[in-house]
Design a protein around this ligand. Structure first.
Ligand code: RB5
Length: 166
């Protein structure tokens, strides 16, 4: 499917406030120290919209290992206790590396709108990874909102995803 920028930005309606779009979705969020401030902001953004969010830490800006929090969140997704996860570190690189080691996890490092949309449509991403040192809060909110709203297209993409589970 060809997706134009105008379609992405101007012809879509926000449905995050529509309970049918996000009802019953259990979401877990985690960060390291570099992503802590953005995690707190994104968590508030989600809670304000009635989304059930579990915070896996970190709990402050004191230095921690991103791996510990990436593992916590990715394990929950991999074992089916949560449907979606969000991970935030400085660049998003370390978090995406660790999360994608877990079976069934499809973590997408996506700091722009096009990547976020395609990560849902084609890759059925179940973890969104953001770089807390790369983007601002307003963009992060938009990316999270769109990520939650965008459906997976299935079809030929499903078979491609199944090949990841080797
Ligand atoms: C922490 O300094 C930084 O390395 C971490 O947040 C992340 O960017 C790693 O990939």
């Amino acid at each position: 499917m060809i997706v134009s920028i105008s379609e992405l930005f101007f012809n879509r309606q926000s449905t995050i406030d529509n309970p049918q779009a996000s009802d019953n979705m259990k979401l877990i969020i985690g960060s390291d120290h570099a992503g802590y401030a953005m995690k707190e902001a994104v968590k508030r953004f989600l809670i304000d919209r009635g989304i059930d969010v579990t915070d896996a830490g970190a709990d402050s800006e004191a230095s921690v290992d991103y791996t510990d929090f990436g593992i916590k969140v990715a394990r929950e997704i991999s074992e089916g206790r949560f449907e979606r996860g969000i991970l935030i570190c400085g660049t998003g690189i370390g978090m995406s590396m660790v999360a994608n080691r877990f079976k069934g996890v499809r973590a997408a490092l996506a700091n722009d709108l096009f990547s976020v949309i395609m990560s849902r449509r084609h890759n059925n991403s179940n973890i969104l990874v953001l770089g807390g040192r790369l983007i601002g809060e307003e963009l992060a909110f938009k990316l999270v909102e769109v990520w939650l709203e965008t459906p997976f297209e299935g079809g030929r993409h499903q078979g491609r995803l199944e090949k990841m589970d080797f």
